[in-house]
Structure formats: structure tokens, C-alpha cells
Design a protein around this ligand. Structure first.
Ligand code: SF4
Length: 326
């Protein structure tokens, strides 16, 4: 392992000062330590931010919810306010990783986690994300689990987070604190598609710290849920997934929030599906027609030609589960 220094900070000012000097933030460490062992990541300085006061889940004045960046995945999933208002978040978290990892990993770390592309984690393979300009071994390699949406010639890796799909569907925002102050970034702008710079994955400035993820208020009642399709029932990443939230009033869909996971280089919002649902009455044919739009623009690779159809079926099934079938 590459030698590094370790510093533990107890206030945000010290954290930001260390971050500005190039320190790498760490909290649960469930991704970063693995990558350091494999020498995929070689930070010189780790700044342990676990003691910062970012452990709360709080209601916002507008009726939304703010989840501190250091809230553990298991805590967020079990929090009564999350369970009551946004089951889609609880379900996405509970379908992630293992109980041990969920007890360690934080919300901020979860959305920062890096891809599970095997070539990215194999330092002998060519990988533009790990080492810009070296090529992409996955393009001509085994790419069954890779992305079909948002890909580029440089990279076709999926974003691995489940809860990020729920955040994308619910149009969350990410609160950041940096040397130049605080700012709020829409979730849709926070995670970056690879383009020609797949090594740049988040819209973060140097030394910035995630302080919270905020879910805006949505009309109530809001039915929601998360469906994950994977090769085995536990401790596995999504081949496809769907986060769905619907506000149905008087038998009509007044709000529809839908995003997909396991298929995009970032959590993939599905605006065409949402638009097709608005103003309609729930029905089996509506779920089918809307889900037909889920894979628009998909570009399958050699080994994942099954994903567009699987994605459509995943979205259809989750619309049926959340919205009911007449
Ligand atoms: Fe690297 Fe992306 Fe290609 Fe995987 S898909 S090898 S992460 S460049």
C-alpha cells in the first residue's frame, strides 16, 4: 500500500484547511480503503471527518428532509422520517451492500463511491477513469454489467449507488462546504457523465466537503419504492433498478418521479416516462406504455444487449407495484 498520513479533525474549519492542502476525506472508508489496498487510489493524506457534526436527519422548513453526510446508511434507512415520507430511500439503502457495510458507510460516501468496473480495480488493465489516456479495457472486454446510457468512447462504467438513484428520482440536492463558502448543487448536476474526462466524477471544487443531501418537499401522499434486479439476492450490484414515486389524487397521477440504476454512467432520470404518466389514470396499459420509453437512447455493448428490455420490464413492474394495477 502507498504510504500515507492520517489526521482526525473535529471541526469543519480544520477539515477544510486539510482538504485545501490536498487531504482526502474519509469517514466510513468502506470504498476508499479497498481501493487503497489495491493501489487504485494512492492518497498521501487521509483526513478523517467522522467526528464532524453532520450526523442528523432533519425536516426542512419547506417540508423536505435533510440527511447529514455522515448519517450511516443503516441509520438513514431506519429513520422514521425517511421511512414515512420516502420509502424509496429506505428500500434503496436496505438493498445495498451488506448489513456490516451499511453500519459503517455514510450517505456522503455512498454517493461518492467509485465504479465497480473490474478493469478500473485491476491496475494492470487500461482504464481512462483510473489513468486518463490509457484506453478502456471494458469496451472490447467483458462488459455485461456496464452502462447503456450516458456512455462515451472513453468510459462505459455504471455508477454503483442504489440510493443515488432514489435521490435522482426525487430531485434531491447536495449541500457542499468549501474554502469559498457553502453552495447547493442539484443532484442531477453533481454526478458527471464521463465524456472525455471519466476521471472527473463529481462537480466538486478542490477541498469541498459534502455536508448533506436534501430531499425537496413533494406533494402528499407520495407512494414510492425501489426495485433492484441483480444476479443474486444479496450483496450484489444492480443489473437494472427503478426508483419510482407517484402522487395520485382523485384517481389521477399528479406527480411522477422515476429514475433507473445499473444502466447509466450516472443515476438515470427518466423524464419521458414521467411525462407519459402525468394526468393519466393508473392502469396496466399505462404502465406498459410509459415503461416502453425507459430505454430510449440506449446503446448496448457486446455483452449487455439484454439490458434495454430488462430495464423496460423493471420500470413497468415497479410502476405497477407503486401505482397499483387496475
Ligand atoms: Fe475504466 Fe470506465 Fe473503461 Fe471501466 S469502463 S475500464 S472504468 S474507462
Amino acid at each position: 500500500m502507498h504510504p500515507f498520513t492520517y489526521t482526525r479533525v473535529s471541526d469543519t474549519r480544520a477539515a477544510l484547511a486539510a482538504g485545501r492542502r490536498g487531504g482526502r476525506y474519509i469517514a466510513g472508508g468502506t470504498t476508499l480503503v479497498d481501493l487503497m489496498r489495491e493501489t487504485v487510489e494512492t492518497p498521501d493524506t487521509l483526513v478523517d471527518i467522522s467526528a464532524l457534526p453532520l450526523h442528523e436527519v432533519t425536516a426542512t422548513e419547506g417540508g423536505g428532509l435533510r440527511i447529514g453526510a455522515l448519517v450511516r446508511m443503516a441509520e438513514a434507512a431506519a429513520h422514521p422520517a425517511v421511512r414515512e415520507a420516502y420509502p424509496v430511500i429506505s428500500q434503496a439503502l436496505e438493498l445495498s451492500a451488506s448489513p456490516q457495510l451499511r453500519n459503517m458507510a455514510t450517505i456522503g460516501g455512498n454517493i461518492m463511491q467509485r465504479t465497480r468496473c473490474t478493469y478500473f480495480r485491476d491496475v494492470s488493465a487500461n482504464c481512462n477513469k483510473r489513468e486518463p489516456g490509457t484506453g478502456c479495457a471494458a469496451r472490447d472486454g467483458f462488459n455485461r454489467s456496464h452502462a447503456i446510457l450516458g456512455t462515451s468512447d472513453s468510459c462505459v462504467a455504471t455508477h454503483p449507488s442504489d440510493v443515488a438513484v432514489a435521490f435522482a428520482a426525487l430531485e434531491a440536492s447536495v449541500h457542499l462546504l468549501g474554502p469559498d463558502g457553502a453552495r447547493e448543487v442539484p443532484f442531477a448536476d453533481f454526478l458527471l457523465e464521463p465524456g472525455s474526462t471519466p476521471n472527473r466524477e463529481q462537480a466538486l471544487h478542490k477541498g469541498e466537503l459534502i455536508t448533506a443531501v436534501e430531499i425537496p418537499a413533494h406533494p402528499r401522499p407520495l407512494r414510492s419504492g425501489y426495485l433492484k434486479v441483480r444476479d443474486r439476492q444479496s450483496y450484489e450490484f444492480a443489473l437494472t433498478s427503478a426508483a419510482v414515486a407517484l402522487h395520485i389524487k382523485g384517481g389521477v397521477i399528479h406527480a411522477a418521479k422515476v429514475a433507473a440504476g445499473g444502466v447509466g454512467t450516472v443515476p438515470w432520470k427518466l423524464p419521458a416516462v414521467e411525462q407519459r404518466l402525468l394526468g393519466e389514470r393508473p392502469s396496466k396499459s399505462l404502465w406498459t406504455e410509459a415503461s416502453e420509453l425507459a430505454a430510449d437512447g440506449a446503446r448496448p455493448l457486446h455483452h449487455n444487449g439484454f439490458k434495454p428490455a430488462l430495464l423496460r420490464r423493471t420500470v413497468e413492474r415497479q410502476l405497477r407495484i407503486v401505482g397499483g394495477t387496475k
